[in-house]
Design a protein around this ligand. Structure first.
Ligand code: PMP
Length: 414
């Protein structure tokens, strides 16, 4: 069998792996198989060196200093904004608010956009499939306003029931939310279709893109949403980086969320005025070195190209799914027609955490637990799953090593 069927001949995964120093290490004396990419990705040396270079050669604070280092640090930070705008095809760099990640982006939308618009009896619509970051911020502001959070259902395959989502877009809904890709099941939601229906009804749409941007080219204009949140650490960049893209009209209308330095025009006790967007949302010193890493991460994706990456990941997903389906007593959760390389599963008679702990001893890093998606676990009536989440730098041989380790540890639990 050609284990690499589907991977383009030009996609040299071994050469790519050589860019990721951590992939060469061993864990408990075994070669590492890192299948926890939906949790956080590993970083190529191009990103690591960009961060290192920033501290060695350019370190200063942004926007404040007139000296050369200050200009260089500002150029690095603002360069990341340009790169992110290009990466998701935003119409303007000024529509990109740099954040610490998706969680901060969602909370910014919750407090600055949703809360001022919510009246008692209003609602925010999300789905059963979401990460807590696309549920809890809405609950917090809905609770303050006397509004509610509604959740659109999914089916047994882990696909959003789109007709029901659309039927729930009633006039009291002041914000609709959906994840682009599920972190637990890999399900890709039909954002474009949902956005079109939201527009017809005049309801703004927030999209959690955390799990989409590492796997596919995203074009926020083609998607037609109002807000798109992403996180850097899942897309090769350092932790503590991310962004919120929002339509300029929304950003202009939103009051600042965090107050402090860098977000003001003039501070007076008889009335402070604020900087223009996006700076009015970026109080305090940001993760400058981290954003130097974001720009390098985007350069990395640009050089690789999503087309080849996707073909390889699709081939990996098919291989892993087929191998897992052969294991008696194993149930895969999430069998959407359109899914990214994330596989949640359970094996009859074995606890997810026990399996993950034993797999770790075999060098295999997978996640076990609720994956910050309690409502989804409640839907399936389970407390946890094991999740193998793959990236473009994973190999078919690693899938085979993972399956062999799984068969071995399952025997130990019998
Ligand atoms: N949404 C989804 C779908 C996620 O997978 C995650 C991270 N697990 C988040 C939001 C939270 O993002 P961050 O780590 O940037 O806070």
């Amino acid at each position: 069998m050609n284990a690499q069927a589907g991977t383009p001949a030009t996609f040299d995964v071994q050469r790519i792996r050589a860019d990721f120093p951590l992939l060469a290490r061993t864990v408990h004396g075994k070669p590492l198989v890192y299948f926890d990419n939906a949790n956080t990705s590993q970083k190529p040396y191009q990103v690591i060196e960009a961060v290192d270079r920033h501290y060695r050669e350019h370190n200063a604070n942004v926007s404040r200093a007139v000296h050369l280092l200050g200009e260089e640090a500002t150029a690095a930070y603002e360069g990341a904004r340009d790169a992110l705008a290009r990466f998701i095809h935003a119409p303007s760099r000024d529509e990109l608010v740099l954040t610490s990640g998706t969680t901060q982006a969602a909370n910014l939308v919750a407090y600055s956009f949703a809360l001022p618009r919510l009246r008692p009896g209003d609602a925010i619509l999300t789905t059963v499939l979401e990460h807590h970051a696309n549920i809890v911020p809405w609950q917090l502001v809905a609770g303050r306003a006397g509004a509610t959070v509604k959740a659109a259902p999914i089916d047994e395959r882990g696909e959003l029931i789109v007709e029901q989502y659309l039927a729930m877009l009633t006039p009291e809904v002041k914000l609709a939310c959906v994840g682009h890709v599920s972190n637990v099941l890999g399900t890709v939601n039909p954002v474009r279709e949902i956005a079109k229906e939201c527009r017809k009804r005049g309801i703004p749409l927030f999209v959690d893109g955390s799990q989409a941007v590492p796997h596919r080219a995203v074009d926020v204009q083609a998607l037609g949403c109002d807000f798109y949140a992403l996180t850097g650490h899942k897309m090769l960049a350092p932790t503590g980086t991310g962004a919120l893209w929002a339509k300029k009209e929304h950003l202009d209308a939103m009051p600042p969320f965090f107050g402090g330095g860098d977000m003001i025009r003039e501070v007076r006790f008889d009335g402070t005025t604020f900087a223009d967007v996006p700076h009015k949302f970026e109080a305090g010193t940001p993760n400058i070195a981290g954003f130097a890493g974001v720009a390098a991460a985007i350069d990395y994706y640009d050089a690789l190209g999503f087309e080849a990456l996707r073909a390889h990941e699709k081939s990996l997903l098919e291989h892993a799914t087929a191998r897992l389906r052969d294991i008696p007593g194993l149930r895969i959760f999430g069998e959407a027609a359109d899914k990214e390389p994330v596989i949640s599963f359970l094996i009859e008679g074995a606890q997810a955490t026990d399996l993950a702990t034993l797999l770790d001893l075999e060098g295999v890093a997978v996640r076990s637990g609720h994956h910050c998606a309690h409502p989804l676990m409640q839907f399936f009536g389970i407390p946890a799953t094991l999740r193998a989440s793959l990236a473009f730098y994973n190999t078919h041989a690693e899938v085979d090593a993972f399956v062999a380790a799984l068969l071995k540890v399952r025997k130990l639990l019998r």
